[in-house]
Design a protein around this ligand. Sequence first.
Ligand SMILES: C[S@@+](CC[C@H](N)C(=O)[O-])C[C@H]1O[C@@H](n2cnc3c(N)ncnc32)[C@H](O)[C@@H]1O
Length: 168
Amino acid sequence: MAVPGRLTLAVDALDLRPDAWVLEIGCGRGAAARLVVEKLTTGRYLGVDRSETAIRAARERVPGADFRCEALERLSVEGEFDVIFAVNVNHFWVRDPAAEMERLLALLAPGGSLLLCYETPGDRSAELGGRLSEVFARHGLRPEVNVLGPKVFAVAGQSPRASQTSHR
Ligand SMILES: C[S@@+](CC[C@H](N)C(=O)[O-])C[C@H]1O[C@@H](n2cnc3c(N)ncnc32)[C@H](O)[C@@H]1O
């Protein structure tokens, strides 16, 4: 199955270490999961999606990865992740995602990164990038907006907590 270009661009932008702990929100059918797992050795990937159909397909597609059927609004995941990312999950800009951002920040390891990537239908990159940057800044993340490809952009920020070894 062909992997959409936005997912290749997003996973490359994560710049993953082989031992990284990675959480993906809205993992869909596991296309990005496969790309991530290929880059990990001792690391860990956990994909979360609210759709049971998507999670079933993801489990078939990437048997070595860990997937859970959960909504971002009711996340029960535990752990300290070096990287949390989401691609084309609109939740972050269509409403005020304050509670969800707080939950994700609590799941980030010290110095860990949050990256939200979107492929915009028209060219709304600047508008959405601005809106998401405000959300990041409100939660203490210094946002960096990068154009990854045609109509694909990402907003990334690092956990403000001091860097230290934690989960390993
Ligand atoms: C547009 S699809 C993108 C899938 C994949 N990330 C990609 O870019 O191909 C959005 C995915 O996020 C999931 N999703 C949307 N809102 C969600 C939420 N609040 N909690 C968990 N999953 C969510 C949907 O079920 C869907 O699988």
